[in-house]
Every structure is written in structure tokens, then in C-alpha cells.
Design a protein around this ligand. Structure first.
Ligand code: VAH
Length: 315
């Protein structure tokens, strides 16, 4: 049976680029983009799009059957910063959305499911450097709590119902094609538009705050490489640590200044500093590298060059 993929949250920061990448592999008509929001202009006219609320399980089930879906990528979520402003919404969407998808995947024997976790599952008691796959995990944000709980629901549905659900703990993601939404690591995206348009940026976390980060092309490739790996290679059915680089606002600002010497940065930490303080500064993703050959490609210089090359200056 031909693969037919449903991407839930296709208009979001990851969803847009994942939909474009999947369409290159499976063909435009075989990747159905869906979101509660308007379709991203980058997806318009390039393949099927349905307006879908992942919280409406009946409607979701109808679409899965009607569209003959064989794989589901669930990206819809409330991220860390927004989650702290609206804990109930974050828990409900991040948890019930996942449970709706896992239940339908079980009932309809969906071939594969992808669901993103995050390095935000780690808390202040987790190791700060090279945080391992298995360690003390005490999430301190609603986002992290929902993602850690979700990891065990994925493990349960795999063990109990043989649902082939796969997951990675994304670090902060940097991209230019679609705006991020409500993350603590979003400073590393906002900074580029500010540098190009205003030659200055006011950063909401301290200059020395190291966080694990990754360029979106690496994140998309990791996702697809995991999903296309043979099932027998997958030893982690909660969620894989995934890593590329770590840097601080001071370091990314200096890398930008090599291209835009006049760029200046001010620091005005807000509530998001506390969230960032609770996360590891670097991640050990050796299990992903061993199991399915993960290898990142973009370092900080390459990210900064590509982001600036694709951040249009205002006329
Ligand atoms: C956030 N971008 O900032 C997300 C990420 C590591 C955090 O998952 O909430």
C-alpha cells in the first residue's frame, strides 16, 4: 500500500520544513498537511491541506480513514515559554493531542508515528554537561512535564499495542522559513531579523546562557533518518537525545558581528531565564549516533551564514 502521510501542525516552525522535505520524498499528493491555523504560504498550492484540530479526535479519525493515512507526524504543541503562561492549555494540547493520535494509530494500525520530545524534559537536577540518555529527569516546566509524560505514553503504546511510534528530544531549533512559536530558545531565531533590520537586538536571556541548539535542516534530516531506520535498530522507545552544537547569546552575537560589524546586543533577562537555567548546556546523543547513525552537519558559523543569507533586509 502506498505511503500516505499526515503532518499535524504543518504550519509551525518544524511542520513547514518537514512537510516540504516529506513531499520531496513521497510526492506532493502523498503528504497531507494539516493545522488549526491558516496554511503556510510556503505550502500553498503544493499539496493537500486540511484544517484540523488534533483535540477533535473524531474529526482526526475521519481524516485518517478518509485520506488512507499510513504515517502520522504530530508536531502540534505548546512550547516552554507559552506553556508557563498557560499551563492548562499546554498540558491538555500536548497530552491529549498525543493520546488522540496514539489511539487512532492503534485502531487503524498506522504504520509509523513521529512525535517530538525536547531537551526540556531535563530539569535542574539533570547533568549540565553531556547530559546522557538515561539520567535523573525531573522536568521543571509544564512543557517539559508534558513531553516527559508523553515519552512514556509512546513507550506504553509501543510495548502494549505495537504502535511503531518514534521520537527525538529536539534541542532549540533555528530556522528562517517559518517563525518559531513561544519557545525559550527563540532568541536564537529573532536575533537574525533584528540584526539585519535594526543592527541591534535586546536578548531575553543572559549572555552566558549556554543551550543545546540545532539548525532546522539537521533536525529535519534527523527526523526522517529515524523514521526510515529499520525498526530493529530502534533501541529507545521513549525519545532519543538529539544534539548538534551548544552556544551562548554572546557567542552567536559575535558570529553575527563577523558579517554585520555594526550589530550590537543588549541583555534584559526575563522569566525565560529561569526556564533556560533548568536545562542542560550540552547533550550526549551517542545512543542516536550508535543506533541509527545520527551525525549533525551545521556548526555555528554555517548556521549564521545561512541564516543571514536568507534573512532579507527590509528595503
Ligand atoms: C522551547 N524551542 O524553547 C523549544 C525547545 C529546548 C526547548 O524545545 O520551548
Amino acid at each position: 500500500m502506498k505511503d500516505k502521510i499526515l503532518v499535524i501542525g504543518a504550519s509551525g516552525q518544524i511542520g513547514v520544513e518537514l512537510t516540504l522535505a516529506l513531499r520531496k520524498i513521497y510526492g506532493n499528493e502523498n503528504v497531507v498537511a494539516s493545522d488549526l491555523r491558516e496554511q503556510s504560504p510556503l505550502l500553498e498550492g503544493k499539496g493537500p491541506y486540511v484544517s484540523l484540530d488534533v483535540m477533535n479526535k473524531e474529526m482526526l479519525h475521519v481524516q485518517v480513514i478518509r485520506q488512507n493515512i499510513t504515517q502520522i507526524y504530530l508536531l502540534a504543541a505548546v512550547l516552554s515559554a507559552t506553556g508557563e503562561k498557560n499551563p492548562g492549555l499546554a498540558w491538555n494540547l500536548n497530552m491529549q493531542g498525543l493520546l488522540n493520535v496514539l489511539d487512532i494509530a492503534r485502531e487503524e494500525q498506522i504504520k509509523k508515528v513521529f512525535w517530538p520530545s525536547s531537551i526540556a524534559v531535563f530539569g535542574p537536577s539533570s547533568p549540565k554537561q553531556n547530559c546522557p540518555q538515561q539520567t535523573i529527569i525531573e522536568p521543571a516546566t509544564v512543557y517539559g512535564i508534558s513531553k516527559f509524560a508523553g515519552e512514556f505514553w509512546c513507550h506504553y503504546y509501543y510495548q502494549r499495542y505495537n504502535v511503531d511510534v518514534r521520537s527525538v528530544r529536539y534541542p532549540g531549533l533555528i530556522s528562517y522559513k517559518s517563525a518559531p512559536g513561544g519557545g525559550t530558545t527563540d532568541y536564537a531565531v529573532e536575533i537574525f531579523k533584528a540584526a539585519v533590520e535594526d543592527k541591534k537586538y535586546e536578548c531575553f536571556i543572559r549572555e552566558d546562557t549556554y543551550l543545546p541548539m540545532m539548525y532546522m535542516p539537521d533536525a529535519i534530516r534527523a527526523t526522517i533518518e529515524l523514521m526510515e531506520s529499520e525498526a530493529k535498530k530502534i533501541s529507545i522507545r521513549t525519545s532519543y537525545n538529539l544534539s548538534a552544537i551548544s552556544f551562548s547569546p554572546k557567542e552567536i552575537a559575535a558570529a553575527i558581528q563577523k558579517h554585520i560589524p555594526a550589530f550590537t546586543i543588549q541583555y534584559k533577562p526575563d522569566y525565560r531565564q529561569k526556564l533556560a537555567n533548568g536545562w542542560p548546556q550540552s547533550i550526549d546523543d551517542s545512543v542516536a549516533r550508535k543506533d541509527w547513525g545520527w551525525q549533525h552537519e551545521y556548526d555555528l558559523e554555517a548556521i549564521v551564514k545561512d541564516m543571514l543569507d536568507n534573512t532579507p533586509a527590509i528595503n
